[in-house]
Design a protein. Structure first.
Length: 173
C-alpha cells in the first residue's frame, strides 16, 4: 500500500458566509464544489481505494463499485450503491447502528481512515463548528489509475488528475 498526500491551491480557501448559503444552478453549493481528494491509498488489489477529502471526510471506493463515506465528525456514514436505473442509491447510518452486512465495509473504512488521517487532532479543532447535511456528502464517484496519473471524479462534479511528478489539475464547474 502506498499513501499519497497532496497540498492544493485550495488549501487556504474558506467560504464566505454568502458562499456557504448560495447555490449554483446544479444545486451544488459553492463550498461543496471546493472539496477534493487530499490523500489516497490504492489497495484495489484486495479491497479498493481509500481516501481523505479536503474537508476531512473519509471514504472508500470498493472493488464492487459500492462506496462508503464517513462524515467529518466520524459519527455517520453514507453507503452508496448503484441502482438498476444507474442512479446512486444512498443509505445513511450511524457507526453505532447499521446493517450487519455492512460490517466488513465499515471496518475497512475505519482502517483506511486511521491509516490516512495522521492529522486527526488538528482537524477536530478546525471542524468543531462545521455542520454537514447528508446531501452535502461528497464522495469519489469514479476513479481510474493510468500509467502516468490517477484520475478522480467526485460527486460535486470536481475532476482531479494527479500526475506521477506530483503536479495536479483540479477542475470544477
Amino acid at each position: 500500500m502506498r499513501k499519497h498526500s497532496k497540498e492544493k491551491l485550495y488549501n487556504n480557501y474558506t467560504p464566505s458566509s454568502s458562499t456557504k448559503k448560495s447555490e449554483t444552478q446544479s444545486g451544488t453549493s459553492r463550498a461543496t464544489s471546493k472539496i477534493w481528494v487530499k490523500k489516497w491509498v490504492d489497495y484495489s488489489s484486495k479491497y479498493g481505494l481509500g481516501y481523505i477529502l479536503s474537508n476531512g471526510a473519509a471514504g472508500v471506493f470498493f472493488n464492487d463499485s459500492t462506496k462508503i463515506i464517513l462524515d467529518i465528525k466520524g459519527q455517520k456514514f453514507n453507503y452508496i450503491e448503484r441502482g438498476p436505473d444507474r442512479q446512486d442509491i444512498i443509505q445513511s447510518h450511524s457507526l453505532n447502528d447499521y446493517p450487519s452486512e455492512l460490517q466488513k465495509k465499515v471496518t475497512l473504512l475505519q482502517h483506511f481512515r486511521s491509516y490516512l488521517d495522521d492529522d486527526k487532532k488538528k482537524k477536530e479543532n478546525d471542524q468543531t463548528n462545521v455542520v454537514q447535511s447528508s446531501k452535502d456528502h461528497v464522495y469519489v464517484k469514479k476513479w481510474r489509475r493510468e500509467k502516468h496519473a490517477i484520475l478522480f471524479r467526485l460527486s460535486n462534479k470536481v475532476v482531479q488528475v494527479i500526475f506521477q511528478d506530483s503536479t495536479e489539475i483540479v477542475l470544477s464547474s
